[in-house]
Design a protein around this ligand. Sequence first.
Ligand code: BES
Ligand code: ZN
Ligand code: ZN
Length: 480
Amino acid sequence: MIEINLLNAPSKLGTTAWLITGEKLPDKSALGLDKHEYEILVKQRDLKRNICCIFSKEKVQHFVFLTLVKEGYKNFEAARKAGASLSFEIKKSGLSELTLTTNNGDSSILLSFAEGLSLAQYSFQKYKKEKDGGSIKKLFLSHSKLNKLEVQHLNTIVEATWISRDLVNEPVIFLTAEKLAEAARDLGKKSGFETEILNKAKIKALKMGGILGVNAGSKLPPTFSTLTYKPKGAKNIKPIILVGKGVVYDTGGLSLKPTPNSMDSMKSDMAGAAAVIGTLYALSKNKLPLFVIGLIPATDNRPGEDAITPGDVITIHDGTTIEVLNTDAEGRLILADALSYAKKFDPELVIDLATLTGSAVRAIGTLASALMGTATKSVKEELIESGYETYERLIEFPLWDEYGDQIKSDIADLKNVGGANAGAITAGKFLQHFTTYPWIHLDIAGPSFLNSQDSYRPKNGTGVGVRLLYNFLSKRVKNK
Ligand code: BES
Ligand code: ZN
Ligand code: ZN
């Protein structure tokens, strides 16, 4: 992990990177350059180079130019991307410590620059003999308006995103449902939330037929974890609940996914759970005064000999019967148990995150998650705003009554698949059936796992959801 610190003493530390915004360059003494070096810098900027390195006083100085636009949130994203470009430039040099500063009066632009740079340093190294990840170990931020706490908070958010990415990238041979629950418990001990892990017997006793049904074809037991963060002085009395789909591997079950390709990335089908764990880690480590509970139903989905078959009928925790016509539509079955279980906490708001449908990916690709739900217009707007601020963008899909007709069953209360069209929405309608409280569903199937790198979003697990939810929840603290 990278350690990000506030620099209050003048830098004795070699390498510095300047984020330069606007037309006017700081003067050469402020940049620590001599006349000749300064001329090189001016020339590079005039040639519209984005990054320029100058070897000055036996060290490399980096300069990154950024053109600002009217919309503030776009500038923050541009600063993150500028940080990522610098990160890749530096990777080759093996540099371990770096000081970041800017000529911009707004310290949040420097925070975004540092955020992009740190997020881009990530790579999943666990199974590599020859490690070749990012080399930066310490970042120092220098800005007159920054305080220590803000920098620490950023550090935690980056760390939580890395944690979430690690969980997604971890293959199922290691990360079983039990291991996922243990990972949550260990992270809770480090940061300050409690984890209760229900085993298969307890899941049976609670009649969570969705989890048991999906798990039936597996040799490994399911888990149901409750992560509780209830700080003294919390601003809310009723909890905010985050539910994460924890399918540690999705083969499709007997409705087997076709290979090659469509199954290849399905170790990532617990990205919702990873986002919930990462968010709780960040909230508790940063001591945000909010009462938040995470619920994680977890299992793999396999076609073993006891697997549920297309046409089977199972019963969810609340007594609803489901005709399972496609065992690959398993996420909604385990989420149904969790959404029903959530009622007992009398929540203020429930947000579920799930890699739920290929339909969402086809509709909006990897640039956004689909938002649906019954929460108020203002909650939706706040979330969508957080989406722009973090660039984990959201777009609302409708949950009109008529879509619900597609999941009516002839022989049970519901069936688990709709028609050929609007699959992300019919999945949302299915989940809605189990909610009695203000509720938001985020289908993160697209942005949770990338087949190619996109700036500071790496190839494979992206950790999407952590920065989004943290932003949304921390704004709720301020508004209370
Ligand atoms: N985990 C998949 C959804 C998915 C697809 C996530 C691609 C990420 C990338 C989910 O369990 C699934 O298989 N959904 C089916 C539902 C269908 C059978 C109704 C789908 O979307 O094809
Ligand atoms: Zn599936
Ligand atoms: Zn799935």
